[in-house]
Write a protein that binds this ligand. Sequence first.
Ligand SMILES: NC(=O)c1ccc[n+]([C@@H]2O[C@H](COP(=O)([O-])OP(=O)(O)OC[C@H]3O[C@@H](n4cnc5c(N)ncnc54)[C@H](OP(=O)(O)O)[C@@H]3O)[C@@H](O)[C@H]2O)c1
Length: 337
Amino acid sequence: MRLIIVGFGNVGQSFAKLILSRSADLYSTYGVNPRIVACIDKKGAVVCPSGIDLQKLLDIKKIKGTVVEYRSEGCKSLEDDVVEQTDSDVLLELTPTNLQNGEPGISNIISAMRSGKHVITTNKGPLALAFPSLMELANYNNVMLRFSGTVGGGTPILEFAKRCLKGDRILSFKGILNGTTNYVLTRMEQGLSFESALRDAQEKGIAEATPELDIDGYDAAAKVSIIANWVMGMKKTICDVERIGIAEVTLERIEEAQKRNNSIKLIGMTENRKLIVRPMEVSKFDPICVNGTLNAVTFSSEHSGQQTIIGRGAGGMETASAVLRDLIEIKNSVYEM
Ligand SMILES: NC(=O)c1ccc[n+]([C@@H]2O[C@H](COP(=O)([O-])OP(=O)(O)OC[C@H]3O[C@@H](n4cnc5c(N)ncnc54)[C@H](OP(=O)(O)O)[C@@H]3O)[C@@H](O)[C@H]2O)c1
């Protein structure tokens, strides 16, 4: 399968390393033989129809800071319309999440689908802002759009609900969808103030230098809208999510909750088909009451009751493994029907 990678940061490079380390097994077990024909970062693109040498690309990116410096016979640097004009089967859209207007992700995804390419993305922006129309475009162009890594990193939260609970009807869901805020609240339960807990998360590389996306609940809200669309068939965007972040959670509130054997958690959920993100008191005996950077989601379904999935919600290699799962699914669905 010929792939274009747009965004060669943490997830993109982890995916390249994963392919390098698993190539024999991927072919023998799944019949997947990925060939990267183009790679794009902020500075530009390298296009190589016969396939890019991934180890060399990783080395160049590390030393020179951009894929544009990759030079090899048959390869060229292109500036414009690489996604649309390069012959390939699948686009991996791995650029930063932008919840204002979804760019550059939305344009990349639309260009790929219009030119007949399947798309895998880990970028929440386009889906949080335009899930229904992107799905429609995928159907219209007869291509697949997959996005396992957008919710739960490597933990297969979306597949669990969509595939393992197939045939059942999911009535609601409730969970911890953001590892950074969960880490901050966990540290506050241990006695740290909000400011100290956030600083600790930043020092450990868990929180960004500009942490508002996580702290104010936007990241969790984006994930709630993606789950609601994909698993419950709603047609919603992040703008439909009622959202309160954790900045106002006090140590007093946490201590009061603890006296009742509860914890304060930033919960993303549906309630009477309303989408909500807000700090809530959760029993310590509830399976979603996980600590540190863990994520956990309980799905309530019509026939099989409540099911909970727990796992790490982020990480470059974890998220790259979600991209690989999506790739195998596309291979199985499209090329073996
Ligand atoms: N990391 C995780 O644990 C994780 C988990 C789940 C989902 N995600 C999502 O996955 C996506 C990628 O995450 P990441 O951690 O790999 O991010 P990252 O390390 O910041 O990498 C982003 C990459 O996108 C490139 N880029 C930025 N603007 C671009 C543009 N206009 N055109 C082409 N390339 C552009 C950057 O180029 P330069 O290298 O030149 O700067 C960089 O290579 C994000 O949307 C993130 O929210 C990440």
